[in-house]
Design a protein around this ligand. Sequence first.
Ligand code: G16
Length: 549
Amino acid sequence: MASVVSSASHDAAILAASAKHPTVPQVYKYGTAGFRMNADLLDGVTFRVGLLASLRSRNKSSTAIGVMITASHNPAVDNGVKIVDPLGDMLEQEWEQYATALVNAKSDEELVRIYNKLATDQKIDLTAKAKVIYGRDTRPSGHTLVAALADALDATNTQHVDYKILTTPQLHYLVRATNTEGKPITYGKVSEEGYYEKLAEAFVRALQGRKIQGTLQVDCANGVGGPKLAEFLKYVPKDKVDFDVKVVNDDVLRPEVLNLDCGADFVKTKQRAPPNPKPEPGLRCCSLDGDADRLIYYWTDPDTGFFMLDGDRIASLAAWFISELIESAGLRDSLNIGVVQTAYANGGSTNFITRHLNIPVVCTATGVKHLHHVAQQFDIGVYFEANGHGTVLFSADARKAFKQAQPQSPGQKDAMEILASLADLINQTVGDAISDMLLVEAILAHKNWTLRDWAQTYRDLPNRLVRVEVGDKDLFQTYDSERRLSHPEGAQDEIDGAVKKYSEARAFARASGTENACRVYAEAASHAQANELADRVARIVERYGSTSQ
Ligand code: G16
């Protein structure tokens, strides 16, 4: 009876609140990273995401669910909204379709019907407590979207906490920390400060007194990473670690410069350093993206130009370092390690990891949500997308082994201590550019390597990534972890025909899940061939993507 009464009161409250947050009629889809589009279209979408988040919390025994408002690498005029599950990972995929159904409801009444049907189908008690915590990036549109979200949470009697401006990984951290508070294994203090303290403390332990060489210039894409990195640096104890960081592109007061000619996506897709400030030759540089979950390293050289160390390089560096530590710790027989990549991974990196490091590699569809779940199948799962988005997951068994195994030598003890510190340093919920940057810095310090030393570990195949505007990107459907097109019919045959003309070549096309466009990737034996192949495939995609074809 209680739930009937509650459902009726929910209905009235949702109807009243929803009337203030209409959606603009069009087809919406929960994509690679939630709903992402021009911010003007997102008010009603965000309201409805709030409804779903409240249901999800009640469905998950009243644990806290996260909602992040960000469009990450997209232009400043866009925004986005995505849901974070109780352990800080992305929303379970089955629920993405429920989000899509709620957001596409054609009227407030239909919205309430779908909401109630979902509650009934999932046996959700609408009188149970619900909690949602949320944050947003620096986009001005985030203000009103947060208000729409709060209206949905109030209408559904959901307790909510507004963490205001955060990096995406910080929100993921806070969700897990909230849900593990007071448990035998906690994730960290439930505050932004707790996040900085955890990282800084683990960074000091991971370094074991090793020196970090020279200055690191960090381009923050004029996004939330700028102020948050500056804040983090205050927590690094100067007497223990000499970490000379120059923070650039940290202007969050002019929203229009967000991701403009800077940031990890610019560096990766343009394959060049941000023009401003021009990096000094040889300086160790890295770029974060607009919400600080991607990381790309690079340096410039007067003779050889620009050299980039992307997500594939970070994955191979991390897998190499950690597998050496596992060996030194005497844990090789008890813990397995694997690497997860997507079709964008450079063939050079996959060869290096499988043949030289002898570590298995699994390929998944694009989107960290896919990689994360596969990585969980290993004791140590290293996952990175080539665009610099990724992390390393440690299983409960692995963490236990690092802390409890009895070291037989000082070398084993050191290795176990570093492994234990890495399990704290590396964000266990999602890719985190600040945490990944500390990981890279710690590894380079241990190996006493420059970026040039790191770059020499293997040779990348020349490659090119192209963004292609098409009439209807949804015409492009893929299989085989997005490496092949099933639709439009005939397109894959033409791509295969183009690939055959080049040596050591590979190419694929897929619809983006965060932008209204298709992406084409090509690699081949030379830069000229990779560029030519990418152009050919882009033209095929353009032709098949125009609805008039
Ligand atoms: C998001 C996802 C990433 C994905 C990227 C591009 O990144 O979290 O996993 O690689 O979008 O996806 P797509 O090619 O489908 O547009 P971010 O950093 O924008 O949140």
